[in-house]
Design a protein around this ligand. Structure first.
Ligand SMILES: Cc1cc2nc3c(=O)[nH]c(=O)nc-3n(C[C@H](O)[C@H](O)[C@H](O)COP(=O)(O)O)c2cc1C
Length: 190
């Protein structure tokens, strides 16, 4: 059975939910999958995995620190494996209707994924750019004003609340399709 590892760092929950959604699809595709929240646990060894997926949420243009430490720690081994990167971010699914969506997505892909891959000298088999979560139950006071500005845009864009105070802009089908394609790539011998 092919083995996949998904590691992630999250602040508001989007990368965690996305990792869980990916794992579900990969398992349905016949892979054995381990999921690790790097803020809660560490990974000592990746030698047993054929596929490694590394993801993060984005805040003020930055990944969380833990998956970056993971990329640094395993940089050499990852260069020889099938690696995929993903991020969850507002720019993937802009809620402000004045924003140029195609440009926002292209810029985010370059800044958050392509430049991150280059930073760690990786050639990922896939890059996943997914929407984010706006969590009004977990906002640090520092970002209170930012979140208050976001709220009317979320309402106007009719973004669904998955729980009271949690607005999820992710496209579950896009995440599942991405994971399904990754399962096919994992099965290829080279
Ligand atoms: C304070 C704050 C700053 C953010 N900055 C960015 C940003 O620079 N670029 C972006 O695309 N999304 C930004 N977002 C949206 C987040 O990427 C989104 O909330 C995402 O779900 C974060 O991932 P996580 O839920 O896994 O932590 C920001 C959100 C907050 C609350």
């Amino acid at each position: 059975m092919l083995k996949a590892l998904i590691v992630y760092g999250t602040r508001y929950g989007a990368a965690a939910r996305t990792a869980g959604d990916m794992a579900e699809t990969l398992r349905r595709e016949g892979l054995s999958v381990e999921v690790v929240d790097l803020k809660k646990a560490q990974v000592a060894d990746i030698s047993e995995y054929e596929l490694v997926i590394v993801g993060s949420g984005i805040q003020i243009n930055k990944w969380t620190s833990e998956p970056q430490k993971f990329l640094k720690k395993f940089q050499k081994e990852l260069a020889k494996k099938k690696v995929a990167l993903f991020v969850c971010c507002g720019s993937a699914a802009p809620i402000d209707d004045k924003v140029d969506k195609a440009k926002s997505i292209a810029d985010a892909k370059r800044k958050y994924l392509e430049e991150k891959a280059a930073e760690y000298h990786l050639q990922p088999v896939a890059l996943g750019l997914f929407g984010g979560i706006y969590n009004f139950n977990k906002t640090p006071w520092l970002f209170g004003r930012f979140m208050q500005a976001v709220k009317p845009q979320l309402e106007k864009a009719a973004v669904p609340q998955t729980e009271p105070g949690i607005y999820d802009t992710r496209d579950l089908n896009a995440i599942r399709n991405w994971a399904k394609e990754l399962a096919q790539i994992a099965r290829l011998s080279v």
